[in-house]
Design a protein around this ligand. Structure first.
Ligand SMILES: O=C[C@H](O)[C@H](O)[C@H](O)COP(=O)(O)O
Length: 232
């Protein structure tokens, strides 16, 4: 299977958990978009759900594909969120945010009774940290915040770059919330919980990309098919 076929297979398998009438958090990224394609097909066939998107990009896609959306504040609680991830560890702790959507993704997942993460095999790791950790930061005093993030990251074993994410022409990328992203390369993260607390204690940090104890199921597609991982 190609990576695209794996994403499509994981997205399709997630549909088995979607029920009539659900209020659904809808993730961001290429794997979430594979899920959105299957969801749109089911909606076209008469499935009645309400979606809450985790990014402007996902919102646009859903509207184009005929999926009814509401704002998070108009629904009390979501039944399920389906989203992708950059890394998944054996306890289903995640790194997210390569697409810059981590803040809305975390707000939506937190408002959901259940979160299912969908991915291809390459995202499954023994320990988090091979992928740089995205950290959403306020634009005001961004270099000061980056330095504070670097100090915390080094205290927690980071060995690589701690850098403000830039787009092609060297400009910082701006998130849907008007913030910037600092990417912190660790190698591995020995205590994700302590790191998450220390990062969020820095005033300029808006949120970090560690999603700890949020997902209860991972649907992972690989060469030999799709498997489900649960928290041991
Ligand atoms: O900000 C982006 C999100 O956290 C994505 O869900 C994550 O980066 C995975 O994206 P993809 O499915 O494209 O690898």
């Amino acid at each position: 299977m190609s990576p695209e076929e794996m994403k499509a297979a994981a997205g399709k398998a997630a549909m088995a958990h979607v029920r009539e009438g659900m209020r659904l958090g809808i993730g961001t990224g290429s794997t979430a978009e594979a899920f959105i394609a299957h969801l749109a097909e089911a909606v076209g066939d008469g499935l009645d759900i309400t979606g809450v998107p985790t990014s402007e990009r996902t919102a646009r896609l859903c509207v184009e594909m005929g999926i009814r959306l509401e704002s998070l504040d108009d629904v009390d609680e979501l039944d399920l969120t389906v989203d992708g991830a950059d890394e998944i560890d054996p306890n289903l702790n995640l790194i997210k945010g390569a697409g810059g959507a981590l803040l809305r993704e975390k707000i939506v997942a937190h408002a959901s009774k259940r979160m299912i993460v969908i991915a291809d095999d390459s995202k499954v790791v023994d320990r988090l940290g091979r992928f740089p950790l995205p950290i959403e930061v306020n634009a005001f005093g961004v270099e000061t915040t980056r330095r504070a993030v670097e100090a915390v990251a080094r205290d927690h074993g980071a060995t690589g770059d701690i850098a403000i994410r830039t787009a092609r022409k060297g400009e910082s990328i701006v998130t849907d919330g008007g913030h910037l992203i600092v990417d912190a390369s660790f190698g591995h993260i020995s205590d994700p919980q302590a790191l998450a607390c220390a990062l969020n204690a820095i005033p300029g940090v808006v949120e970090n990309g560690l999603f700890l104890s949020m997902a209860s199921l991972a649907i992972v597609a690989g060469e030999t098919g799709v498997r489900e991982l649960t928290v041991p």
